[in-house]
Design a protein around this ligand. Structure first.
Ligand code: ADP
Ligand code: TRP
Length: 352
């Protein structure tokens, strides 16, 4: 006997979303740890691509650290130029600035009302500052709630992030779950998507590359300045002849990210054989980096010569993003009883 065919469930739209803070110029860690993944997830970007992609420059988050208005404006513009130059395609992904969608801040409040203090007290951005005895403002404390609103406002299903952000996605899922439990199915629960391999890009001193450690190599810094930084990358003092394990060396790790496969294999062999100087590796890294980002640099120069073009891209992105966020916010407002003109879509279970 054959079982009757079940009607197929309608395929769910996969929607990628992520935000990146404009707190400095992008470095190799940001590119390999985040931006490259955004590009791969754009519709049409290969087998891993999502059906839709929303990416934004998180200027509201950056306000907790960048206190100079002219600098913030410049960093937001530069971030947009860099993202497009690196391959984020505004025809395929919605690129916008976080604060251009005020619906998100209203949604933040709705989520704040269902957010236990303890949940935020456990979040690392705030906890780290507190344990170091540094003053923290309410913006930093409530940062994960704003981030949750960023995600929920667009019905995102997948959020490409680095390991450090996974905790915040869990907070987002928690808040969405609580809200849905109280008021009906309003929000889509997203899942994080970690970069393949999850490897951390090392900085010039071998620690994780990060602005806070001042060990970054920026993607678009002047090539002469970049060369100087590369030539100063720390190395060990073992004799040249000694064979070395390539994967344990941060200089090699950087080279492996940037060099063509055949060159990488040749370099790994050189390490295993020994008898080379780190100076040679650094020179090869300088060249590999210049070649790897050459097209992006050319696109960046072109975009920079036409600032109105980037602003037009951001305005179009904001309009699309706002339309989506408005619909989600209206759904949430109606569900929790803020919209007096419409009957509730779902019967709220109410608070105990
Ligand atoms: P920074 O540590 O320089 O302040 P951010 O925290 O603004 O960088 O990082 C933005 C994004 O880039 C995050 O998704 C983060 O996980 C990723 N990222 C930053 N540095 C690295 C790194 N060294 N290796 C891998 N990913 C990184
Ligand atoms: N907090 C993220 C970071 O510092 C940036 C961010 C803000 C974000 N809102 C987001 C990332 C929403 C993913 C989804 O890297």
């Amino acid at each position: 006997m054959t079982t009757p065919l079940q009607p197929a469930a309608p395929p769910r739209t996969s929607r990628a979303l992520s935000g990146i803070q404009p707190t400095g110029r992008f470095h190799w860690g940001n590119y390999f740890g985040a931006i490259r993944q955004y590009i791969d997830l754009q519709p049409g970007g290969g087998h891993q691509a999502a059906d839709e992609a929303y990416y934004f420059i998180a200027d509201l988050h950056a306000l907790t650290t960048v206190r100079d208005p002219a600098r913030l404006r410049a960093l937001v513009h530069a971030a947009a130029v860099d993202l497009v130059a690196l391959g984020l395609d505004p025809e395929r992904a919605v690129l916008f600035v976080q604060s251009d969608v005020p619906e998100v801040t209203e949604l933040t409040w709705l989520l704040m009302t269902v957010c236990p203090m303890g949940l935020l007290e456990r979040c690392h951005a705030y906890k780290d500052k507190k344990t170091r005895g540094l003053p923290a403002d309410a913006g930093l404390f409530t940062y994960p709630v704003l981030m949750a609103a960023d995600i929920l406002a667009y019905d995102a299903t997948v959020v490409p992030v680095g390991e450090d952000q996974v905790q915040h996605i869990e907070v987002c899922r928690d808040l969405a779950g609580t809200f849905n439990h109280l008021y009906g199915e309003v929000f889509t629960l997203p899942r994080p998507r970690l970069v393949e391999g999850g490897a951390k890009v090392p900085g010039t001193d071998g620690q994780k590359m990060s602005k806070s450690y001042e060990n970054t190599i920026e993607v678009f810094e002047d090539l002469a300045a970049q060369k100087k930084k590369i030539m100063r990358i720390t190395t060990d003092s073992r004799p040249m002849e000694e064979p070395k394990a390539p994967d344990d060396d941060h200089l090699y790790q950087l080279y492996a990210l940037l060099a063509p496969e055949a060159d990488r294999l040749r370099m790994a062999e050189l390490y295993r054989r020994g008898g080379f100087g780190y100076g040679e590796v650094k020179k090869a890294l300088v060249e590999a980096a210049a070649a790897f980002f050459a097209d992006a640099r050319a696109r960046r120069a072109e975009l920079e010569s036409d600032p109105a073009r980037i602003e037009a891209i951001l305005a179009a992105g904001a309009a699309k993003a706002r339309a989506k966020a408005r619909a989600v916010l209206d759904r949430a407002r109606r569900a929790c009883g803020l919209d007096r003109s419409a009957p509730a879509v779902a019967s709220g279970k109410g608070k105990p």
